[in-house]
Write a protein that binds this ligand. Sequence first.
Ligand code: PMP
Length: 405
Amino acid sequence: MEYIHRFSHRINFARPSPIRTIVSKIATLSKTRKIISFAAGEPDPDILPRDLYASLLSDILKEEKLSANYSPTEGIPELRKAIAKFMREFENVNAEEDEILVTIGGSQAIDLLGRLFLDPGDYVIVENPSYVNTIVDWEFYGARLIGVNLEKDGLDLGELEMKVKEARNEARKVKLVYVIPTGNNPAGVSMSEEKRKHLLEIASRYDLLVVEDAAYNHLVYEGSYKPLSHYDREGRVIYVGSFSKIFGTGLRIGWIRASKDLVEVIKTIKGPSDMCAPVPLQYLVERLLSKGFYETIRKKAIENYRVKRDIMLKAIGEYLRDTDYTKPSSGMFVLIKLPSNIDSEVFSQRLLEEYSVAVIPAKSFYIGDSGRNVIRLNFTMVDADEIEDGIKKIGVCLRDMLGKK
Ligand code: PMP
């Protein structure tokens, strides 16, 4: 059967997510040998309280008569209420229940926003680098991306303003500005408070709509930040939340916080595609929140990840001394810039095949060519006692490749 000529035009914009491609390759290789993986962007499974989840789920399925039925598309009222409260308490954002739409992870929230706002040929401004799955997803809707350089304290706002003006002068429609203000994936950079305020001033001046991806908002190891939405007085910020990074990526519960009217529209396009997010898991997250487990799990995560980050940075200082690398104060990743003549895809391939160490070539997180020699390393999911060995091997592989050139 020949399918290709039957596909929609949209499929021309599709490309596989490089992360998923590598992660499935690692899964296959792991069946036959031990891999040290710095590839994932997930919590450490050893600190997730699965027994607690099991017992809560068991209670839920016994006690909640409707827990194995559809819920409202926007989520069970109890969870919407709990998320609104969570945002008031943990995010300093004045959210109400009817401003919350429960989604299947932040990923679905991002996809829904792409479906709602983007026509082929529309422009989206993103931090450079930015989260590859958003790039891939929105490109699928035909969006064209404009990258704005990420500095140590967040987006280069001078460049942002210049690019907005440029787009205006050329009558290009900038539909969205997408930012990960805290713990940017892949760079681990967080935007300063001053820049958060300034970004909103620019958004107001040029009438821009901003999507705030808050996936890493509570994985902050030094300092603290209020989300962009906290400073928003004009409804310009749409907040995308996720419980993946604290409760576990497998629970698939995220949300959108937006104006009540916008939530109604998003609900309309969401319903026919999924009916609702998995209901037992909506109840589970609601109980975890209302019983105060968010803070206990998060605290444990922060302690664990901070130690691993420090081991990783120390090892990089020792074995990859000559490279440039980020020292993240938030998020899950370190970026390493390899010498400019090294292609990170070739490097990662060789590292995996010959040294059994997995990293993500970060090229696809960048708009343009600047990330060709950059790799992304995750420090949260790997075992602490494997980190040094893994970094050492990266050093050996690098010297090997440089020596052969
Ligand atoms: N945004 C960012 C920046 C992410 O890194 C991720 C997960 N890698 C997500 C959104 C989506 O996560 P989920 O769908 O599991 O909530």
